[in-house]
Design a binder for this molecule. Structure first.
Ligand code: SAM
Length: 439
């Protein structure tokens, strides 16, 4: 039996409260009872996509400061009422939100106030929606600092990632070349009645979303879930390498999407997959096992190679650095509310430290691909520029630079790039071999 909407609303509001206290919805959702979880995820993600609107409406509707469980329930309900497309009829949402307030001892006393605010919103909706339109946080459903950073960083295209962040993420798969071809996978999907489309390279979009485990060929390692933008990394790094069995380091590897892609393209590559997070490294091992691939897996800090490096230089290093994840907001709609502007400065310092520590490990003539799933220049082009200024033995090879997420299915190209499902940055760096000085 479907759980009642009021129960899901109560839980979704709890999740939004947690999110506002700094916890990611992805980390919090496993604490929700399994029978409620799918509905609560759908509601809380929808709320995160429309929270800017809800906060502005709440300021107009509630004259006084509300305590957290009540405020979270009010904002959750307003986001559901105001956010389009609507998930439920408006009167059902209001009725069930008041029921949720009554049933929860922490919100019971405020059920009347909640009812009054919500019914006023339904009566005066047009005027209230118009009144919040001038507020950029309400219009774009992102914090103002984020909108301003995008405006500065991408003056011609700043609205694209904001619009893309309002949509549901497409389900894009990577075909494991070692086990299947793209036409074989498409034929299997067609036979199963699942519409799918080739996106280029190893990428296929499944047009009817499925639970991952139910995707034909997933358990046998024929396909993995990975965005089309993320699938740019491995071929870019491997393309120009001259050795047939290159030594490759994936320095921030977990959960292993790009490690696996490297090995699917070149199973002879000797890949070291390194990550500082032991729990996430378990997922690298599981993914490689499912796909029938092998890497040397190491749990260690990439900025301290003395602890794990055998002093043999690498032909290629992939540095998919920790970042704000501002390019994958359509998959994780809470990210925009979890990040603070100051985080970007701190992340940039970590990215510089990783680049500085790993560069000495690259062979002369070898390559390092620096990438982040961020749309901010401070984590992309600015890091690469600053690295190139400080390292005269580094040269930038032709690289995609910033990919911007756009409305899906793909629209017009953005600058020199196609529009992508995720935002990413790629800079491919080559270590210039040193020439012996003339005697
Ligand atoms: C963007 S994720 C990597 C995603 C991965 N490349 C993939 O495609 O599946 C960044 C990873 O960097 C790891 N990390 C952060 N700081 C690190 C460090 N100093 N040394 C090693 N790994 C680190 C995090 O644990 C996280 O798993």
């Amino acid at each position: 039996m479907q759980p009642a909407l009021w129960q899901q609303l109560d839980q979704a509001a709890a999740g939004i409260g947690q999110m506002r206290a700094g916890r990611s919805l992805t980390a919090w959702l496993p604490t929700v009872a399994p029978r409620l979880r799918p509905g609560v995820q759908a509601l809380s993600f929808h709320v995160a996509r429309h929270l800017g609107q809800a906060l502005a409406l709440r300021r107009l509707l509630a004259q006084r400061h509300l305590q957290e469980p009540v405020d979270a329930l009010l904002c959750t309900t307003l986001a559901l009422l105001a956010g389009e497309p609507a998930m439920y009829p408006a009167f059902t949402v209001v009725d069930q939100a008041v029921e949720a307030a009554r049933r929860n001892p922490r919100t019971r006393a405020a059920a009347g106030l909640l009812n009054a605010c919500l019914r006023r919103y339904l009566r005066e909706r047009a005027a209230l929606d118009a009144a919040v339109q001038g507020d950029p946080q309400a219009q774009w459903n992102h914090p103002v600092w984020w909108i301003e950073m995008l405006r500065r960083d991408h003056p011609e295209h700043w609205q694209l990632p904001l619009r893309a962040a309002g949509q549901h993420a497409p389900l894009v798969l990577r075909v494991n070349r070692q086990r299947a071809s793209v036409p074989q996978v498409l034929a299997r999907f067609e036979a199963a009645g699942l519409p799918a489309a080739r996106l280029g390279g190893d990428a296929v979009e499944l047009l009817a979303p499925q639970p991952v485990q139910a995707i034909p060929g997933f358990a046998e390692g024929h396909v993995s879930v990975q965005s089309a933008a993320a699938q740019r990394a491995a071929p870019l790094l491997l393309a120009g390498l001259k050795t047939p069995a290159p030594r490759v380091l994936d320095a921030c590897a977990a959960p292993g999407g790009k490690t696996a892609h490297l090995l699917e393209i070149n199973p002879a590559a000797q890949v070291t997959a390194l990550d500082s997070d032991a729990a996430r490294m378990v997922r690298v091992r599981e993914n490689l096992a499912r796909l029938g691939l092998q890497a040397h897996c190491v749990v260690a800090d990439a900025t301290a190679p003395a602890g794990w490096w055998d002093a043999r230089a690498f032909d290629a290093i992939l540095l998919d650095a920790p970042c704000s994840a501002s390019g994958i907001v359509c998959r994780h709609p809470d990210i925009r509310w979890l990040r603070r502007e100051n985080d970007i400065v701190q992340l940039a310092a970590r990215q510089d430290a990783l680049l500085a520590a790993l560069w000495p490990l690259v062979k002369p003539g070898g390559r390092l691909l620096y990438c982040t799933c961020s749309v901010f220049r401070a984590e992309g082009a600015q890091r690469a520029d600053s690295f190139l200024r400080r390292n005269s033995d580094a040269a930038l090879l032709p690289s995609p630079g910033h990919l911007l997420p756009a409305l899906w299915p793909r629209g017009e190209p953005v600058g020199d790039n196609d529009a992508y499902d995720d935002g990413f940055f790629f800079a491919l760096l080559e270590k210039i071999p040193s020439f012996p000085s003339p005697s």
